[in-house]
Design a protein around this ligand. Sequence first.
Ligand code: NCD
Length: 313
Amino acid sequence: VPNPLFGKSIIWSQDFHPDILEDLFARTYRYTHQRSNSMLHNKRFVMLFYEPSTRTRFSFEAAIDDLGGSRISTESAMHFSSATKGETLEDTIRVMSAYGDCIVLRHPEEDAAMRARDFLQSQDIWTPIINAGCGKGQHPTQSLIDLYTLYKAFGRMKDLTIAVVGDLKHGRTVRSLAYLLGKFRGNKIHFVSPVELSVGYDILAYLNRHETPFTQSTSLDPYIEEVDAVYMTRTQEERFENKDDSKRLKGSYRLTTALAERMRRDALIMHPLPKVGEIDEEVYRLPQAAFYQQSDNGVLVRKALLEMMFSPN
Ligand code: NCD
């Protein structure tokens, strides 16, 4: 039987069964010793990005290049694609599906990747879609990188206590990560945010169903010595209805050096990046700083993911 990701779209992080994650991370690790191969020979990727991206797009492109694939791309589809003329996402996706073997999609609407996949499948077209970040919904490939970073540091994906801090209402990376953490026994999440930026009830309901304990609070202080990782996020200014709120809330949480120094020596300070002031500059000197490990792991994890999608074994 082919591996379960072969030929599949990557839409939600809750679709990743724990066994798939083990397999994916074993392959990821192999790519630390082998930079390139010809796994994606004759495969063309359409990079369709309707929102800004640095890491996600460049690391996908680096991964595709190293595995011998090719790509066509627009980095600012809102401005340079027919979206400016009013074309629907469905039309654009249908057209692009004939120009490449996979579409990597970043879009401001939460359900865009799912809609793209479903529209193609309704026409019997099975070109896989990869969700590269959709609105305030999900960013599944980022959460794979985050979980791999934890796995590499602690040798396990279970029995981890993680504080996630910041804009949990609009941030898609935390949402995707919470779905992954909920799949393993013994994980515990402390959600820390201003009340206005609390994580969605859909996430809390999922964690309850999966018997994953969590707390919600406005201060990181009580948990700082206990946690295996602090996962910081930025205020997602562009997703606020009221810009004054975003300004007011922006400075309301911060990982200061003094706070970070109270963390366990083996704990991790994580951030999906871009960070814009919510972590003290000096923190990168601390042994716990892991945010560049996360971005470094981006290419490796994406290579392993593409390998599983495009090769049956
Ligand atoms: C994140 C995103 O796009 O959701 N960036 C990323 O892909 N690492 C985080 C963010 O924009 O805050």
